[in-house]
Design a binder for this molecule. Structure first.
Ligand code: PGA
Length: 264
């Protein structure tokens, strides 16, 4: 049984004060609301895992607002060097010290707005796997790549460079992949259940071919792109979708809670 991950990617939203309020309210929901209590029990039994990725400056607020271990904190990005003259970057030792369990690597906005290459992301992935922070590694095709029939080719290229120096054990125990078709992110145009499953199934097949059955069976693969309470349950019901990476809908406590509950 793969633990289903519900991860909220806040992007450049919520400063320290808003983050503290959000985390406090979400923990109250887990401890007081009947559905929240069921969700907290599902976290304890490892049926689900709840993750929030605030901006860097709000990570400390999120970690200090947390009274329990129900919510895990992720960074939205990381730099692969541990320290030094890299203005504007944040390192893995800093994320560890702040209390992050995960780091999102290669989100499509990092790839396409900030120009991060497959080589950059490979360095980040390797450095993260050498730290105590675990990677949520994002892949996904542009609209024109899908329309020209190249979705699988794009996934091949993005994953080939990411995976080339990893071992089967690492993939089985430490890696989370998020399939996020770029045309579905922030557009309201969710991939259909079949399209999302098709891509996640393909990623699992690639993992099987490269790392074998134990790794491909254990690997968690998330879908992301315009997830909302109305479509989360049917996406989560797909065989190869082990969770959701949620942007816009994770900023609203009510919709994030509904999406968490849809995984029960
Ligand atoms: P969205 O973003 O849910 O707002 O489409 C998803 C993401 O970018 O991770």
């Amino acid at each position: 049984m793969r633990t289903k991950m519900l991860a909220g990617n806040w992007k450049m939203n919520n400063g320290g004060a808003a983050t503290k309020d959000f985390i406090t309210n979400l923990e109250n929901w887990f401890s007081k609301d009947p559905v929240g209590k069921k969700s907290a029990a599902a976290v304890s039994s490892k049926a689900i895992e709840v993750v929030v990725a605030p901006p860097f400056t709000s990570i400390e607020s999120a970690c200090s607002a947390k009274q329990t271990d129900i919510i895990q904190i992720a960074a939205q990005n990381v730099y692969h060097k541990p320290k030094g003259a890299f203005t504007g970057e944040v390192s893995l030792p800093m994320l560890e010290e702040a209390g992050c369990k995960y780091a999102i690597i290669g989100h499509s906005e990092r790839r396409h707005v900030f120009g991060e290459s497959n080589e950059d992301l490979e360095k980040k992935l390797i450095a993260t796997l050498e730290s105590r922070v675990l990677p949520i590694f994002c892949v996904g095709e542009l609209l024109e790549e899908r329309e020209s029939g190249n979705m699988k080719k794009v996934l091949d290229t993005q994953l080939e460079s990411a995976w080339r120096s990893l071992t089967s054990d690492v993939v089985a125990d430490m890696v989370v992949i998020a399939y996020e078709p770029v045309w579905a992110i922030g557009t309201g145009q969710t991939a259909s259940d079949d399209d999302a499953e098709d891509a996640c199934d393909y990623i699992r097949t690639l993992a099987y071919e490269k790392f074998g059955v134990t790794s491909s069976d254990s690997l968690r693969i998330l879908y992301g792109g315009s997830v909302k309470p109305e479509n989360s349950a049917s996406l989560l019901a797909q065989r190869d979708i082990d969770g959701l990476l949620i942007g816009g809908a994770s900023l609203d406590a009510d919709s994030f809670e509904k999406i968490i509950a849809s995984a029960l």
